[in-house]
Design a protein around this ligand. Structure first.
Ligand SMILES: Cc1cc2nc3c(=O)[nH]c(=O)nc-3n(C[C@H](O)[C@H](O)[C@H](O)COP(=O)(O)OP(=O)(O)OC[C@H]3O[C@@H](n4cnc5c(N)ncnc54)[C@H](O)[C@@H]3O)c2cc1C
Length: 303
């Protein structure tokens, strides 16, 4: 049994510059606004600090969980007796490398990264502007929208192993596929990615970003907490259309509700628990299977 208080004190002594929070509610760090406390919640500000921290944890046999902006995670109501490392607002930085390449650290938001590229008159990241996650989460998930995905623009990703060692994955070694990457099956933390973009016109890039943002605002329930599309797109169909076809728009369990605006989103309509969301996910899966024969798989990572 780990004595979390003692471990936290030991961490503060060994790593005085590391930002550590004890018993931090995960609801504060997830877009669903759901989740109990993480025993230890750490936000390393540099790759070096992260590496030191990982070595500290590895020496004690502790494997941390990684959180970006928490926009695709359902965290448990009872919280986690674990160490959660959060990159958002911590492991940040953007750099112009020339020749259409930019380097983005894992904790940068996709939105800020897309704007950085636009300001350099580089096209390719417009699709990512409205995705509310971080670069690290986007790479891990191979985030995509409106015909674009990380796979098209991510040239090289640097990770740290759980022993704090650096490894670099270039091109196809990043293993991108629909809403996943090689990093999902490896015990690593993404620390930065180099994007290869193309020269473009600032005005056109801005106009495309605006157009996609307007589409999102019209079609998605952005006014309520959610984790975006709850389910992956099944082969040959759309999850939202299948859910709507099963007459499930507006159906709720506790505070969790299938959005009236977009059936592909489960929203937290007020006071939803992780249990409510999980029960609703199962109910939707069952009804969609009964009405269409499709087995919907969650896109949301259930912790
Ligand atoms: C309103 C809304 C709209 C959305 N629209 C889209 C969309 O159009 N397209 C789309 O693809 N997604 C969409 N999403 C989902 C989500 O924003 C993306 O999946 C995003 O890429 C997740 O990034 P994140 O930083 O929030 O990751 P998190 O939710 O924090 O984490 C997701 C997974 O990635 C892992 N992870 C995160 N960072 C790292 C890291 N540095 N190293 C290793 N593993 C890591 C986590 O452990 C977790 O398993 C939407 C979500 C919302 C709320």
């Amino acid at each position: 049994m780990i004595d979390w208080k003692e471990l936290s004190n030991e961490m503060r002594q060994a790593l005085p510059d590391l930002k550590i929070l004890d018993e931090e509610p995960l609801a504060r760090h997830t877009s669903f606004r759901i989740g109990g406390p993480a025993a230890i919640f750490a936000q390393p500000a540099t790759v070096e600090a992260l590496s030191e921290f990982l070595k500290f944890l590895a020496a004690r046999g502790i494997s941390p969980r990684i959180l970006g902006a928490g926009t695709n995670v359902l965290a448990p109501d009872e919280g986690l007796r674990e160490v959660v490392i959060c990159t958002k607002d911590a492991l940040t930085g953007l750099r112009d490398l020339g020749d259409g390449k930019i380097e983005a650290f894992a904790g940068e938001t996709l939105s800020k990264t897309a704007v950085f590229a636009r300001n350099l008159s580089l096209t390719g990241l417009e699709f990512a502007h409205g995705i509310p996650g971080t670069v690290g989460g986007g790479i891990y998930m191979n985030a995509g929208a409106y015909g674009g995905e990380m796979k098209q623009v991510a040239a090289q990703t640097t990770v740290l192993t759980m022993d704090g060692e650096t490894r670099v994955f270039a091109g196809e070694a990043q293993g991108f596929a629909y809403r996943t990457s090689a990093f999902e099956n490896l015990p690593v933390i993404i620390v930065k990615t180099v994007f290869q973009l193309a020269p473009g016109g600032k005005e056109e890039i801005s106009a495309r970003m605006q157009e996609l943002m307007d589409k999102r605002r019209t079609s998605q329930p952005l006014e309520l907490p959610s984790a975006g599309s709850t389910f992956k797109r099944p082969e040959g169909a759309y999850a939202g259309a299948l859910i709507q076809g099963a007459n499930l728009k507006g159906i709720s369990v506790g505070g969790a509700c299938v959005s009236e605006k977009h059936a592909g989103f489960i929203v937290n309509a007020g006071g939803a628990t992780a249990r409510d969301v999980k029960v609703l996910i199962e109910l939707v899966q069952k009804r969609v299977f009964e009405t269409s024969g499709y087995c919907l798989q969650p896109e949301v990572r259930i912790w």
